[in-house]
Design a protein around this ligand. Structure first.
Ligand code: TYM
Length: 340
């Protein structure tokens, strides 16, 4: 079998399931913008509404959250002309390929997914079938574009490994070298932004405490207050970043500062060595407000013209389908499905 060289292409997605957090912004969006501007590869970014409904979503809120996410992408620096920006349900090829992958992936693989175990919890019998099959749809999102590079935060690593397993099994089962084996791109100081209240938990839009996260829509006062109240410890900042290994809350704030300032965590520690969090926190709050306030202002401005947002999403979906449709067609041929 000759090895097919796949054209490098970037794909990633975010769920439109409510507030965008600083974790989404630093772990995903800023890196999407960087790849759009500097990777030299074509970039495709998706609002994964089909994933969002694996748990209940109020329909009107889903519509609004999808538009707000689109506004967030654009405000953060995604150019809808340069990148392809769209919502998943407008490109039916995602769900069509996901069905095929449901038949390739094994139950045992899905049962091992930590996100499934976390989200379904003790109530697995009552979780949706969609929540269980979620990673196969995610593999389809990526592979329907033959995407080779997928920038994500640390929490998506296991799903990307599964995407590779699905691609490899499909290729083996059908004796082809059709789907690429995708590279996860998990880089930077903020691949895992933690809760401001508990350094052992990921910052998440589903955390019941709003004080645990910074939302992209928070105003300057809210951002400053949340950082001021963020949990830390009584010690000053050390001289080396490694000395923060047992201080998860302190390390988290340093990582956030590093990601927002473009410095390395060690450079941040060097700058603030010996200082107390009483000094560091206001500096962090100023930086966060400087970075985030323009984004939230721009999001509000864009949200005033929802018809324009819908137009952008529709146009993005058309462009996405130009890539996805031929790949689905070839997949059906490989699987042996008649298309007359
Ligand atoms: P989602 O919507 O939970 O998160 C979107 C992106 O934000 C990153 N992220 C974080 N990064 C650092 N620290 C945090 N606290 C943090 N919270 C979230 C996530 O890692 C992710 O990159 N299953 C995906 C969406 C998806 C997808 C895809 C991603 C569907 N299909 C195909 C890539 C490729 C999810 O639920 O992300």
């Amino acid at each position: 079998m000759t090895e097919v060289v796949h054209t490098p292409r970037v794909f990633s997605g975010i769920q439109p399931s409510g507030n965008l957090t600083l974790g989404n912004y630093l772990g995903a969006m800023t890196r999407f913008v960087d790849m759009q501007n500097n990777s030299g590869m074509p970039t495709i970014f998706c609002m994964v509404d089909l994933h969002a409904i694996t748990v209940w979503q109020d329909p009107a809120k889903l519509t609004n959250a999808t538009r707000e996410l689109c506004a967030g992408f654009i405000a953060a620096g995604i150019d809808p002309e340069q990148s392809i920006l769209f919502n998943q349900s407008q490109v039916p090829e995602h769900a069509q390929l996901a069905w095929i992958f449901n038949c390739v992936a094994r139950m045992g693989w899905m049962k091992r997914m930590t996100q499934w175990k976390d989200k379904a919890g003790k109530n697995q019998e009552n979780a949706s079938l969609g929540l269980f099959a979620y990673p196969a749809l995610m593999a389809a999102d990526i592979l329907i574009y033959h995407a080779t590079h997928v920038p994500v935060g640390e929490d998506q690593k296991q799903h990307l490994e599964l995407t590779r397993d699905i691609a490899i099994k499909f290729n083996n089962d059908f004796g082809v070298d059709f789907f690429p084996v995708t590279e996860p791109v998990i880089e930077g100081a903020a691949t895992r932004v933690m809760s401001l209240r508990d350094g052992s938990k990921k910052m998440s839009k589903s955390d019941p405490s709003d004080m645990s996260r910074i939302n992209l829509t928070d105003d300057a006062d809210a951002i400053a207050k949340k950082i001021r109240k963020a949990k830390t410890d009584p010690d000053p900042l050390p001289e080396t970043y490694d000395d923060l290994s047992e201080r998860p809350e302190a390390r988290n704030l340093v990582n956030i500062y590093a990601a927002m300032s473009g410095k390395t965590p060690q450079e941040v520690v060097t700058e603030f060595a010996g200082q107390q969090f009483g000094t560091f926190k206001p500096a962090l709050a100023d930086l966060a407000v400087d970075k985030l306030a323009p984004i939230s202002t721009e999001m509000s401005r864009l949200m005033q013209d929802t018809a324009e947002i819908d137009r952008i999403l529709g146009r993005g979906a058309e462009r996405a389908r130009e890539i996805a449709a031929p790949i689905l067609k070839q997949t059906y041929d490989i699987v042996g499905m008649i298309r007359s």
